[in-house]
Design a protein around this ligand. Structure first.
Ligand code: NZQ
Ligand code: ZN
Length: 388
């Protein structure tokens, strides 16, 4: 283990089928005006909206309705939310939904009373809020992003031409999150498996960095193995509670800052995925799945030791009689087979990328100087072309 770090995560989690019973107690910690932020209506169809509103009413809260947070939330929508917060003197933003709704709630929280231009300040220049922020609470309905226990807030600004992530400090983490695996049972199969891949990508993008012997790598391998096991069950039978519950818990730990301790991280797959998301508005996890294999084949030789370890420790590849390259290649073949088995997209063409908009996607890719190799723009184009 190398490096210096401080570990602190302030989000209180309530997990399990009875998790909602904790909402009443949590709400007592905040003022009377609650902005209820949610997406395009799934929570109205599956009954979660009614359950949450009942608790808000029982606890005497004034509800400010804030519907229509879209997947890949936009900066325009964030500005709308900010106006609602200011006009109604909101005391708590309760985000009920997936990563998009929770990311959006954090963005509104930090931006509502910001005296500078929030896009430039937070998403472009990565500064921290200097203004009062509104506490955020969450009821998670879709598994994958880890937004329920981190400071991440990914916002799409089409006018600026970027989809960018800001990682806020602990003040912007949800104060509490309700994690009931049953709430995720109505997520459509396509979204569900996209979420599974998002988790795998978070794990891989923290794993494929560094050369030291590091406890964090052992944690990541364990989480990957649990995810692979449970995702195989859930992809065939989405109603399997045990598998869905395991995956929900894995997703939270995959991106709640624990796994960056002692590790540098890579995150280039997410940068390419965000650029695809900007141009096509495709589902986040699928954007990652569509470029991962070309990306990892491209950088495998630069981090051969770790790709070999991945093959043996995660996929159970037998190393006897094989050289490092053969072992590592076999590991990526196992990853590809698993992706096929759970049913994620492996070609960016299926998401709307083509020769015609490939340069536009490449222009929106941030190239990070991390991981085993810093890409050039030409390499980004090669990877995108291979992903078609
Ligand atoms: O809008 P509704 O009607 O609720 O439908 C949503 C949406 O269409 C639906 N859904 C959610 N829960 C459901 C459900 N449908 C039926 N039953 C339920 N229980 O699923 C669709 C996708 O929801 P969304 O919130 O967009 O998905 P996800 O959780 O994957 O979030 C994606 C966003 O998070 C960002 C992504 O870039 C993307 O913008 N990320 C945030 C991160 C973070 N905060 O750390 C990290 C991630 O890497 C990621 O970048
Ligand atoms: Zn992600």
């Amino acid at each position: 283990m190398h490096g210096n770090f401080t570990y602190h995560n302030p989000t209180r989690l309530h997990f399990g089928e009875e998790a909602m019973s904790h909402l009443t107690g949590e709400l007592k910690n905040f003022g009377p005006v609650v902005m209820l932020s949610y997406g395009g209506g799934s929570i109205k169809r599956n009954g979660i909206y009614d359950a949450v509103v009942a608790v808000l009413q029982e606890t005497g809260k004034t509800i400010v309705e804030d519907a229509g947070v879209m997947p890949n939330p936009t900066y325009e929508k964030v500005q709308e939310g900010c106006r609602l917060v200011r006009d109604n003197h909101v005391d708590l933003i309760l985000a009920v939904g997936g990563g998009s709704t929770i990311d959006y709630a954090k963005a509104v929280s930090a931006s509502a009373y910001c005296e500078e231009e929030p896009w430039e300040k937070y998403w472009v220049n990565h500064k921290d809020p200097a203004c009062p922020t509104i506490p955020v609470g969450a009821v998670l309905t879709m598994v994958g992003t880890g937004s329920e226990m981190n400071g991440g807030s990914v916002i799409t600004n089409r006018k600026a031409g970027f989809k960018l992530g800001k990682v806020f400090g602990p003040a912007l983490y949800p104060k509490f999150t309700i994690l009931n695996p049953r709430f995720t049972m109505t997520v459509p199969q396509y979204q569900m498996v996209a979420g599974f891949y998002d988790i795998m990508s978070h794990l891989m993008e923290q794993y494929f960095a560094g050369t030291a012997d590091c406890t964090t790598d052992y944690l990541i391998e364990g989480l990957m193995r649990s995810l692979i096991h449970s995702s195989r069950i859930a992809a065939k039978n989405p109603q399997d509670y045990e598998a869905r519950a395991n995956i929900m818990w894995t997703a939270t730990w995959a991106l709640n800052t624990l796994l960056k301790c002692g590790k540098g991280g890579d995150w280039e797959v997410h940068q390419i995925g965000h650029a695809i998301g900007l141009v096509t508005d495709a589902t986040h996890g699928m954007t990652l799945a569509s470029v991962s294999l070309p990306y990892y084949r491209h950088v495998m030789h630069d981090g051969l030791h770790q790709f070999k370890r991945f093959a043996v420790n995660v996929w159970g590849v037998r190393p006897e009689g094989k050289n490092d390259e053969q072992i590592a290649t076999e590991g990526l073949a196992c990853l590809a087979a698993w992706m096929k088995e759970i049913g994620v997209v492996t070609h960016s063409r299926e998401l709307g990328v083509s020769e015609e908009n490939l340069q536009q996607v490449a222009d929106a890719v941030l190239i990070l100087p991390v991981g085993y190799r810093t890409l050039t723009r030409d390499e980004v184009i090669d990877i995108l072309r291979e992903s078609l």
